[in-house]
Design a protein around this ligand. Structure first.
Ligand SMILES: [Zn+2]
Length: 52
């Protein structure tokens, strides 16, 4: 069973981008676009918070 099957997409993205474990990432607020939690970097899984 892979880790990807159990972690939400937005968290999995962090694992890929920052090599940070899901439980190490702090989610501070909700994204107004997709409703997902925005992480400590101000980024969201829908890629709207981080700009380009
Ligand atoms: Zn979002």
């Amino acid at each position: 069973m892979s880790l990807q099957s159990v972690v939400p997409k937005e968290i999995n993205e962090h694992l890929r981008l920052y090599s940070k474990e899901p439980w190490e990432v702090q989610f501070l607020e909700e994204c107004g676009i997709c409703g997902s939690k925005i992480d400590e970097f101000g980024l969201c899984g829908c890629d709207t918070g981080g700009g380009d």
